[in-house]
Design a protein around this ligand. Structure first.
Ligand code: G6P
Length: 452
């Protein structure tokens, strides 16, 4: 039994099944992992889903870590809930990603998947209900688990329940695309919580407009997750990062760098970022051979066709730019598709310019991490659609994510920024970025929930 419970689709650990039948445990990072470390592991429990075969095998063998309970949900139910609803419907709604002439289509197949989503949420609600002490605090994470607060409230009215949304929240007219009954079920699920958290005022306001008068019993609050400067700097100075930095320096030479690091994710706007870089090289030919664009775009959600096509388009456009402008000594874009955190940290250290141009993004921690780690100070080109915009707009060069020409111009201004101005801005960006580090972010929510 536990007094603090966290629930999220992706847990802090995952297992890989080796050919010889061995199980290899890998611990993940991220805000939630360091946030929860603020609470003693004796009193806490993290409930998450088994994501793949390795995780399922670990559950079957009873292998696990103290303080973590993985749910082995039927694989078909899981796939329909995770890919069919969470990633293909809720993610698309909250990020406004639909290609409207074609999508969304809410038909019988959608209804079948929604039933799976409800069952997957129920599995979490039941596990939490079984594991929670009387009056325990339960902190549910993200769009995967939007129905859990309502379901859990029915099973255990004594619990204190919070839900935190790491994505944006859809504008009311966008959310109303959902069939009426599903729309209501989704909001009712969320409103089962005592407290709802968002990264920015903009997303909290969207939620309030969607919920209208029904939302009165639930407190909606803003907790903008920041980064832990000491932890991040320590990670960025490990020997494996130094080694990758040396390699990158060789590739880049004495040219300037424009750095971006993302999952290959539709909302990250990687294509318009590349188009802006191409326009920069066209309208400001003086930058040719004097800059390299380091773009880490590691694969994500490749079960979805739209993501596979997007990943292929990113690679194709980068190739086109290299073919158009490259010379025997200079490759204008270096794309890395490896999920290689040490290499990303090395790129952060080397960054002269950071490009963070998502169309819509819950927070975007890359925008906060690069200023903390960059060695010579970096100029941040930041989209108005990123949650981080609210805290970083004063010292970033802000752009409309759809305006490729404005982005190209911002890249030029960023590359041309005097060193002292760059350093001053970076210092202020790093201060804003570290205002609410993960442990404080988590404890603030826990204290507020307990003081309900
Ligand atoms: C976003 C979501 C997280 C999710 C992550 C990676 O940041 O807010 O909940 O874990 O993307 O996506 P994935 O589908 O790979 O877990």
């Amino acid at each position: 039994m536990a007094t603090v419970l966290v629930a999220s689709n992706r847990g802090p650990v995952s297992y890989k099944l080796g050919e010889d039948g061995s199980l290899d445990a890998r611990r993940g990072g991220g805000g939630l992992v360091s946030g929860l470390s603020a609470v003693s592991s004796q009193e806490s429990l993290w409930v998450c889903a088994a994501l793949g075969e390795g995780d399922r095998e670990a559950v079957r063998r009873g292998v696990g870590e103290p303080g973590v309970r993985m749910l082995d949900i039927d694989p078909d139910t899981y796939a329909d809930a995770y890919n069919g609803i969470a990633n293909s419907v809720l993610w698309f709604l909250h990020h406004h990603l639909y290609d409207i002439p074609r999508e969304p289509v809410f038909d019988a197949e959608f209804r079948r998947r929604w039933d799976a989503y409800r069952a997957y949420n129920r599995a979490f609600a039941e596990a939490l209900a079984a594991e929670a002490d009387e009056g325990a605090a339960v902190l549910v994470q993200d769009y995967h688990l939007a129905l859990v607060p309502g379901q859990l409230r029915e099973l255990r009215p004594d619990l204190r329940i919070a839900h935190f949304t790491h994505t944006p929240w859809a504008a009311p007219e966008y959310l109303r695309m959902l069939p009426e009954d599903i729309h209501r079920e989704l909001l009712r699920g969320m409103l089962g919580a005592d407290r709802l958290g968002f990264h920015t005022e903009a997303w909290a306001a969207s939620f309030r407009s969607c919920a209208g008068a029904e939302g009165e019993g639930t407190r909606v609050a803003v907790h903008p997750l920041g980064v832990d400067a000491d932890e991040l700097r320590a990670l960025a100075h490990r020997p494996e990062v130094d080694e990758r930095l040396a390699r990158l320096r060789e590739e880049v030479g004495d040219r300037k760098t424009i750095v971006r690091v993302d999952r290959t994710e539709l909302s990250k706007n990687i294509l318009r970022g590349l188009l802006a870089y191409r326009e920069l090289l066209t309208t400001h030919p003086e930058w040719r051979d004097r800059v390299v664009h380091l773009a880490s775009a590691y694969p994500s959600r490749q079960d979805l066709e739209s993501y596979r096509l997007y990943t292929a388009s990113v690679a194709a456009l980068a190739d086109e730019i290299n073919a158009e402008f490259g010379t025997p000594d200079w490759q204008p874009v270096l794309v890395s598709v490896q999920d290689d955190f040490p290499r990303s940290l090395a790129a952060y250290r080397l960054a002269d310019v950071a490009l963070v141009n998502p169309v819509r993004d819950g927070m975007n921690l890359v925008a906060k991490e690069i200023p903390v780690v960059s060695e010579a100070g970096c100029a941040l080109v930041l989209s108005t659609g990123a949650g981080a915009y609210e805290e970083l707009k004063e010292d970033a060069l802000t752009v409309n994510p759809y305006d490729v020409s404005e982005t190209a111009d911002a890249l030029h201004r960023a590359l041309s920024m005097p060193t002292s101005e760059r350093a001053d801005r970076t210092k202020r960006l790093a201060t804003a970025a570290t205002a609410l580090p993960p442990q404080r972010w988590f404890l603030n929510q826990l204290e507020a929930l307990r003081a309900r």
